[in-house]
Design a binder for this molecule. Structure first.
Ligand code: ME8
Length: 536
């Protein structure tokens, strides 16, 4: 879907999963939140009104058990770990507009409100259930599914257990046809394509009603009118996407300020929670007669040094490991690596220290950093540190057979289009492509040679203008992923830009850099001697 101006009028709403508080943040959580952040920043820079939500999932048996083991209350455990998740946000320059916690009173009230609505409309009923239960994931499987999984949890590998419960059920089976139609008629509803096919395949095997309450623990939102039952953590969690906007409390401030963001533009999640988001969630919304999100984007997983991350293997990328990367390479390289090398497609991505180092050198040191320093250094050396003019006689001097305005406009359009469809690497790649063209242009036109000939000063000025202008335009497209270093570059180029105020497309038009502006030399990405080594 290409970006067009009309879209900027429509508010955008992007969400991450809400993370379980019985875990500590690691690369997986940071990955999803970071890619959402890059998209949110880019869309805001385009002038879109964006709401970016993340938060924590705090109920359920796992939290209850972990708290018990530690001899504290589930609320204490939730408070402690939610604070850790929150503290990470600022540190990684993540610009979420709200952080929802499922133990918030207004969330709990709204969960009850929505479940009551489902009960009143008969989308939820009381019944008996028997199935194969994954205790770790709190998920039920049918006999067919369980057999395929060899009666083992696909996540933890632990045996599934046979369980019978009297529970409230959601009539998921009633939505089979509508779900199949949705996935067929709206192919972008689940992305990437391979994931959509997976969901369609499982849908066609048939779907059964799902229990949405539990009686084997108490740490959760009580079922309205039957407090023996606690609302299943997944229903509670999925509803966060609409409770954060106050959709269950039409009189509230939240509703007044935020209801316009629904339906969501994209729910970004990991592939392991696709079924909940691609089938259960839209069915619940259909039952509530509410509009559906535009897209559920399920990325794949980070593995580490070629293997599944595990604490015992010592390849787990936890906050301590992340700190080592950030301390060595800077936060912007961390964000750059996640955004460009991450598992956004249907296959897992390998986080590897050597690869990280290589990408840093190739893309940031030798391309962005080197180009910015070459151009600013030449302007200082040959033009007294002020931006020269591209058209001394009122007409642009064309050199090196380079139609810069067209090249730049193409890169900008490609970068915007890619980001709009959530292809982060494509968007960033288009910006980097523009930087590479500057390097090639310098090598072809050899301004350092022209500088020796006073009669060529007009050409020299035009070349350096064009280089600086192309770097400026590329920098606008790179700001969402590397805000820190790019702002440093803007300062060196004498530019006062406020991306929060929008205007990316206007700023990215060729010719925005003003002749006469003072330019300082910059060194954006200092070299790093050797890759980070895992702690012994
Ligand atoms: O599932 N690579 O929370 P959670 C990439 N509370 N991403 C990863 C990852 C990895 N190795 N490991 C985790 C839950 N993630 C529920 C969600 S939403 C209504 C409720 C990311 O704490 C990825 O986004 O287990 C995944 O979906 C999420 O962390 C799971 O976080």
């Amino acid at each position: 879907m290409p970006y067009n101006a009309a879209m900027s009028a429509r508010p955008a709403y992007i969400t991450t999963p809400i993370y379980y508080v019985n875990d500590r943040p690691h690369i997986g959580h940071l990955y999803t939140t970071t890619i959402c952040d890059v998209w949110a920043r880019f869309m805001r820079f385009l002038g879109r009104d964006v709401f970016f939500l993340t938060g924590t999932d705090e109920h359920g048996i796992k939290v209850e058990k972990s708290a018990q083991e530690r001899g504290i209350s589930p609320q204490e455990l939730a408070d402690e770990n939610a604070a850790v998740f929150q503290s990470v946000l600022g540190k990684f320059h993540l610009t979420n507009d709200d952080f929802i916690r499922t133990t918030q009173a207004d969330h709990e009230r709204q969960v009850q409100h929505f479940v009551k609505r489902l009960l009143d409309s008969d989308a939820v009923y009381l019944g008996e259930f028997e199935g194969w239960y994954d205790e770790g994931q709190e998920e039920y499987y049918t006999e067919t599914q369980a057999r395929k999984l060899e009666y083992k949890s696909p996540v933890s590998g632990r045996p599934l257990v046979r369980a019978t419960e009297q529970n409230y059920y959601f009539r998921l089976s009633a939505f089979q046809d509508r779900m199949e139609r949705l996935l067929t008629e709206q192919p972008d509803f689940v992305r990437p394509e391979a994931r959509r096919n997976e969901v369609l395949g499982r849908l066609r095997e048939g779907i059964q009603d799902v229990p949405i309450t539990r009686t084997n623990f108490t740490w959760g939102v009580p079922m309205p009118g039957d407090p023996e039952h606690v609302i299943y953590v997944w229903i509670d969690a999925l509803l966060n996407y609409i409770t954060a906007l106050g959709l269950g409390e039409p009189e509230s401030d939240r509703h007044r300020e935020r209801s316009g963001y629904w339906p969501a533009t994209v729910h970004v999640i990991g592939k392991e929670i696709l079924w909940f988001h691609a089938v259960i969630w839209p069915s619940v919304l259909m039952a509530l007669e509410m509009p559906l999100p535009d897209c559920v984007y399920a990325h794949s997983f980070w593995i580490s040094e070629g293997q599944k991350m595990s604490k015992s293997l010592g390849n787990f990328i936890d906050l301590e490991a992340i700190d080592r990367y950030v301390d060595t390479y800077g936060l912007d390289m961390w964000r750059y690596y996640l955004a460009t090398q991450g598992p956004l497609g249907a296959t897992d991505a390998d986080f590897a220290a050597n690869h990280f180092h290589e990408v840093f050198n190739t893309d940031l040191v030798n391309t962005v950093g080197n180009c910015a320093s070459r151009v600013t250094a030449m302007i200082n050396k040959y033009c007294d540190g002020t931006v020269p003019t591209e058209s001394p006689d009122g007409e642009r001097i064309v050199l090196g057979e380079m139609d810069w305005p067209t090249q730049a406009a193409e890169a900008v359009a490609a970068s915007i289009a890619a980001m709009t469809r959530f292809d982060l690497a494509g968007s960033i790649g288009a910006a980097l492509g523009l930087v590479r063209q500057v390097d090639g242009f310098i090598n072809r036109t050899e301004p350092f040679k022209l500088a020796k000939d006073p009669e060529k000063s007009r050409e020299l000025g035009a070349i350096l203008y064009q280089c600086a202008e192309a770097v400026r335009i590329a920098s606008l497209l790179l700001w969402p992923v590397m805000p820190g270093r790019i702002e440093q570059l803007w300062e060196a180029l004498g530019l006062a830009i406020d991306p929060q105020a929008g205007g990316l497309e206007e700023l990215a038009v060729w010719g925005g850099l003003e002749a006469g502006t003072s330019v300082e030399k910059v060194a954006l990405f200092p070299r790093v001697d050797a890759p980070v080594v895992a702690k012994a």
